[in-house]
Structures are given as C-alpha cells and as structure tokens.
Design a protein around this ligand. Structure first.
Ligand code: CTP
Length: 406
C-alpha cells in the first residue's frame, strides 16, 4: 500500500529559482518507480532546460499548447486523463494567480483547468510575494477549488531575504502525495504512538539503552497520518526526522516517556506502544562521571514501570490499546499471554531472530494477535507492516461501535 510505485504523476514546473529542485524531485519519483510526465512553463525553461527533465523522467517534456501532431493538439485534456495526481512544484506567484483566476493561457494552466485528478501545489517565491494579500487570497481560492496547497519552507531565500517562501521539502511533498492515494479511513482518529528506545542514565555521560531504531513507530506515525488520523508520537532518542504533520515529543528515559504518555492517554482513542522501553533503570545515577578506579563497577537497578500494563489497567471501554512483543520462540503463546496480562486489544509479535525483522532494519515480519484471532503478516517494509496494523485497528474499532470515530 505504501510508496509511489506505479503512480502516474504529472509534474508541472514553473518559473522559480527553485525549479532545479524539481529536477531532484523528478529523480526521486523515478527512483521510487513512479511514472512521471513533466510540463514546463516558458519561465521554468529559463531556469532549467527541458532536456534535464526529459533525461531524468526518461520521457519527452510537454511545453507547448499548440505543438504539431495529433497527440500534442489535445495535450491539455489528455495529460491529466492519463495521470493519478498533478504536482505543481515549484508553483510561482504568477502560476498561482493564473490558476486562481481559472486561466488557460499556457499548457500547464489549461491542463489544471481540465484536470479531474487531485492537484498538489508547492509554492516557492520571495517572502514578500508569498505574504502579499493577493497571493494569500489566490492560495485560499485554490484551496476552495479542492487543491491541496503546502506551506512553503522558511529560511534563507535565493534572493537573500529570510522568511517563508522556500520550496517545501521533498519529504513533505511525498507525504502529501501518499496521503492523496491513501484511504482516509482513520480520519479524525486521535492516535498516540511511542517509538524508539529509552536511555537510563548511569552518570552524566553513560547510559543503559537498547538497539531499537524507532523505525517501526515512525512508520506507524507516517501511515496513520496519511490515512487521516491526528497523531502524537512520543519518541525516545532516535536519529529519525519528524514525520510531516505529526506532533512529535522527544523524551529520554522510561520515566519521562511514562509521564508524557499518561498525560496524553486520556485524550487518545488508540494507543500503540511500539517503543522498546528499558525494563530497568539505575537506582541512583551518579551526579559526576564515574572514574574507572577499582576492578569493577556494581550498578543497582530498579524496575521501571511497565507503561503498557499501566495503560491496560486504566483503559476505557472505547480505547484500543496495541502492544508489541519481541520474542525469539513460542510467538503465539507468549503473545497471547501478554495480550491477556496487559489487557490489550491487539499485540504485534516481532520475531527477533529473523535477520530482516525487528531492530534497525527497514523490513519486518510480525504476527498480529487479538482476542479472537491471529494472523501472520509476511516479510515486508515497516510502512507496509504499519498499514496492516492500522487495518487491524480499523477492524477492531468498526467491530466495537456503529460509529467508530465519534
Ligand atoms: N513496555 C512498556 N513499559 C516497559 C516495558 C515494556 O510499556 N517498562 C511495552 C513496550 O512498549 C511494548 C511491550 O511492552 O509494547 C514490550 O513487551 P516485551 O518486550 O515483550 O517485554 P515485556 O512485556 O517486559 O516481557 P518480557 O518478559 O518478555 O521481557
């Protein structure tokens, strides 16, 4: 389900200094095996030649509304008929104004006017142009038409000014495209997810932790977001970037994670505990760095609260609680035991012995166990695994109520 493979993307590039970034986006789309057709405006071609896009997309570039030949003559109608989504990046102030006015005076604007497919607009321009009431009014108008318009990035602009107006990051545009193609079956659902390891301090420089990368929890956050949920992600120390649109709270220790989760649990309809929480913390972390005098070091460990079990004991009738279990054997038996002991609705059992599942890899192979059934999910990407987990959550919600998200 995840990914842009096989999606037919019509990319409209307009006259902005960031047009060169659209060449990189073309490359990223092709790398993901999307099928890209490029339309250039006259101004775009001043920044990046058509040949660059043709070489990257592996197909001829469309520029002229009045080109010769039977195909070219109807290009303004046919191009969008043969695409799944229209991405305009960068969208200049001029093009945004053109589209807001419903004009069809070049190939791109004519294609947009004739399009019956989702349109995603990625503005890029000087900050004063972006904030001008005329541009803001035009953007509102585009949204009224049902187009999705991303917020531009903020920072230093090519003109030397600092402010809003940078082309959004590719990750944001990619997420927006993926959410166009994803089902909106989690719309309005409030979801709380935990991810990554926790760090338990020994002294100011050392800590106890584990090998969790956080990839599974972050994949859950991204996929839930794409499917329309409102997502809060409580993440231990990981080197992953915040998924676009997700509220991310970074924590260090199990104690911090517990406080953060308990404070938000009451407002969450679904809680997914993908974090690999440390079971033990150092009883009294040293205030100063421990010196290596002596032959060894004795650490007194105390048990951390089991956040998941505590959530299970506080769970309301409407809440769905999902836990993870890392097992090397007796997956079904262990999974079922934890499901019962911690009062869960669903447990995701990871096989930690598989080389392509579990810690720090991009794939996973899991067993999903609920109170009535269990299902083996074959080896696949963590994002696809996450979609299977959301499908299972969706079924549990639908089974529990007539109106699952009210
Ligand atoms: N978990 C938690 N708080 C802890 C420990 C674990 O919330 N202090 C949650 C994890 O987020 C995950 C599940 O419990 O959802 C992990 O369970 P598992 O790794 O199997 O550990 P345990 O339940 O502690 O069982 P075991 O006896 O196998 O260690």
């Amino acid at each position: 389900m995840a990914g842009l493979q096989g999606k037919r993307i019509l990319l409209g590039v307009t006259g902005s200094i960031s047009a060169y970034k659209a060449a990189e986006w073309t490359r990223a789309l092709v790398k993901e095996e999307a099928l890209v057709q490029v339309i250039l405006t006259e101004a775009a071609e001043r920044f990046v030649p058509a040949l660059t896009f043709a070489a990257l997309a592996g197909t001829a570039v469309h520029r002229d509304m009045f080109a010769d030949g039977p195909e070219a003559l109807m290009a303004h109608i046919n191009l969008s008929r043969e695409a799944d989504a229209l991405l305009i990046a960068p969208a200049s102030a001029q093009t945004i104004a053109r589209l807001a006015a419903g004009m069809a005076d070049n190939l791109l604007s004519a294609v947009v006017l004739a399009a019956r497919i989702p349109v995603l607009v990625c503005p890029a321009m000087n900050t004063a142009m972006y904030h001008h009431p005329a541009t803001q009014k035009n953007i509102r108008r585009l949204r009224q038409f049902g187009y999705r318009v991303l917020q531009p990035g903020s920072g230093e602009l090519a003109c030397g000014e600092v402010g809003d107006g940078r082309l959004p990051e590719w990750d944001d545009a990619r997420e927006a495209l993926l959410s166009i193609f994803a089902p909106s079956d989690l719309r309005g659902l409030k979801v709380l997810i935990t991810a990554g390891p926790t760090r338990e301090a020994i002294d100011p420089v050392r800590y106890l932790s584990n090998r969790s990368s956080g990839k599974m929890g972050f994949a859950l956050a991204r996929t839930a977001m794409r499917r329309g949920a409102s997502v809060t992600l409580v993440a231990g120390p990981v080197s992953l970037t915040d998924p676009p649109g997700v509220e991310v709270i970074r924590v260090q220790s199990a104690h911090e994670m517990a406080e953060c989760v308990f404070a938000r649990a009451g407002q969450s309809r679904v809680i997914v505990k993908a974090a690999a929480v440390a079971d033990f913390a150092v009883d009294a972390p040293a205030e100063h760095k421990i010196k290596k005098s002596g032959d060894g070091l004795q650490l007194d460990l105390v048990k951390n609260i089991d956040i998941l079990a505590e959530l299970g004991s506080r769970k309301t009738a409407r809440q769905i609680l999902v836990g993870f279990a890392a097992e090397s054997r007796d997956h079904q038996q262990e999974g079922r035991r934890k499901l019962q002991d911690k009062n869960l609705d669903l447990i995701v059992v990871n096989d930690i012995l598989g080389s392509q599942s579990g810690f720090d890899v991009d794939t996973n192979q899991v067993t999903l166990i609920d109170r009535n059934s269990s299902r083996e999910v074959p080896l696949m990407s963590k994002e696809d695994t996450a979609d299977h987990i959301w499908d299972a959550v969706r079924s549990l919600l639908a089974a529990g109520e007539e109106s699952p998200f009210s």
